[in-house]
Design a protein around this ligand. Structure first.
Ligand code: DX5
Ligand code: ZN
Length: 221
């Protein structure tokens, strides 16, 4: 299984997004957080700027929708050209229908769960998704501490995927750095979102390389 690093643009300098995107040209994806001030207590930039980011990004864009009513917005992000569109299980009324719609539009479909959400009730619909995102912080803000107590959930998710013989990626998001990425990789994650650790580093390009190398070494696959 591939090991992917997806730097979160939330930690980038928004006044110079072009050069920030260029600094992570060696990443596998660019993670774009979308927030509505309802599902999470924070706002992010919206539709027109997000479309400009997708157009300018040197790597495929991974949209993480932390919003109510993803049925209304997720298809727009697929239409914009995002390679992957992840919405929250807690917010979706018909997750399977939405995943099918995204996949039919050519995007990968991701299902995210907050730290307090049990993954077990979603295992039976894993086959409708390309990726499961296990949040390792409460969604809404960058720069928070990694919740190592989410590792059993990552492990359980990976096991369920393997038991069902599926090819589904497991992503972690929140507090991922050189000191935490190995825990997540060992638990079964193969796709790592990292905001502050990449964009606050002196050299974002080198940080992406360092994170990928640590994750690959500790990958449980
Ligand atoms: C949090 C966002 C994350 C965040 C990660 O709600 O979903 O993508 O930007 O940032 P760090 O890596 O700084 O925790
Ligand atoms: Zn995110």
């Amino acid at each position: 299984m591939e090991t992917l690093i997806s730097p979160s643009l939330l930690a980038a300098d928004f006044t110079k997004l072009g050069s920030e995107l260029d600094s992570i040209r060696n990443a596998d994806w660019a993670h774009m957080d979308v927030m509505d001030g309802h599902f999470v207590p924070n706002l992010a930039i919206g539709d027109p700027a997000d479309a400009a980011i997708v157009a300018a990004s040197p790597v495929p864009v991974d949209a993480h929708l932390m919003i109510e009513n993803p049925e209304r917005w997720a298809p727009k992000y697929a239409e914009m050209g995002c390679a992957s569109v992840t919405f929250h299980a807690e917010a979706a009324s018909e997750p399977v229908r939405l995943a099918r719609e995204l996949r039919a539009m050519g995007a990968r479909a991701g299902l995210a769960v907050k730290p307090g959400t049990d993954i077990d009730s979603y295992i039976e619909i894993f086959d409708e998704f390309d990726m499961i995102l296990i949040m390792t912080v409460e969604p809404g803000f960058g720069g928070q501490a990694f919740m190592a107590d989410m590792m059993p959930k990552v492990r359980r998710t990976r096991e369920a995927i393997e038991n069902a013989g599926l090819d589904v990626w497991v992503q972690v998001d929140g507090g991922v750095s050189r000191s935490t990425i190995t825990l997540a990789a060992e638990a079964g994650a193969n796709n790592f979102v990292a905001g502050s650790s990449v964009f606050r580093a002196d050299d974002a390009y080198a940080e992406v390389e360092a994170l990928r190398s640590l994750a690959t070494t500790h990958c449980h696959c």
